[in-house]
Design a protein around this ligand. Structure first.
Ligand code: 3DU
Length: 211
């Protein structure tokens, strides 16, 4: 039904590599963000690449176009296969991320709506819908949409057509995999897997929802 993306938000190299190796058969991609890269360095991408899984850089890139391009070039040269960008800096900033991603044979996902309660302060009143239109116009590969609000995923799906949806918020944030899996292309799960006593078993529990 969907890919399972492990959000590897630990901060030390030993834990990251052992959890990733233990879960490698149970997940379809690994998402790495600031916690792990700031804790270990960007070279962690090369270490994880040995597992042969796609690596998604969750840096929520959000700067002027030139800086976005410089950031994304570093991300892809480090071995990542996809990057996540914020939309609020505008279409030219998103375009820079898309251009860098595609020049490296990678993908760019844009945050359309976040999953936590406070997200509704700014991701409201048609903003996510406008972001979806930008994503279509800019040729980005997909959006990030909240597993905590499946009804919103359905609305946004109608605006992006065949583009992909990656969805964080399953598990620790309360999103229900049974409800979310049929709606998205990738379900992102962090604490419910890496925080478990047996991360591989916790990842395996999502097997019924994987395609
Ligand atoms: O709540 P979890 O532990 O399953 O982790 C979710 C991950 O997805 C985490 O890295 C967080 O920074 C990221 N994320 C969201 O949770 C919500 C968003 O809207 C975007 C990214």
């Amino acid at each position: 039904m969907t890919d399972l993306v492990l959000s590897l938000d630990v901060t030390d190299r030993t834990s990251a590599l052992s959890i990733a190796a233990a879960c490698a058969e149970e997940v379809d991609a690994i998402k790495v963000g600031y916690p792990l890269v700031l804790g270990t360095g960007l070279g962690i991408a090369r270490d994880l690449a040995d597992l042969g899984l796609p690596l998604i850089a969750d840096f929520k890139v959000a700067d002027i176009p030139n800086t976005n391009m410089l950031i994304c070039d570093q991300v892809f040269e480090a071995g990542f296969s996809a990057v996540i960008a914020q939309a609020f800096p505008g279409p030219d900033s998103i375009a820079a991320c898309v251009e860098s991603a595609h020049a490296h044979g990678g993908e760019c996902y844009v945050v359309a709506e976040m999953s936590h309660p406070g997200a509704l302060t700014f991701f409201s009143e048609g903003v996510p819908e406008a972001i979806c239109r930008l994503v279509v116009e800019n040729g980005a590969d997909g959006i990030i949409a909240p597993a905590t609000r499946p009804a919103r995923i359905k609305v946004l799906r109608n605006l992006i057509g065949e583009k992909k949806i990656l969805s964080p918020g399953v598990g620790a944030q309360g999103g229900d995999p049974a409800e979310v899996a049929p709606l998205v292309d990738g379900m992102i799960v962090g604490r419910a897997i890496y925080g478990a006593v047996d991360p591989a078993a916790a990842a395996r529990a999502y097997a019924p929802y994987r395609r």
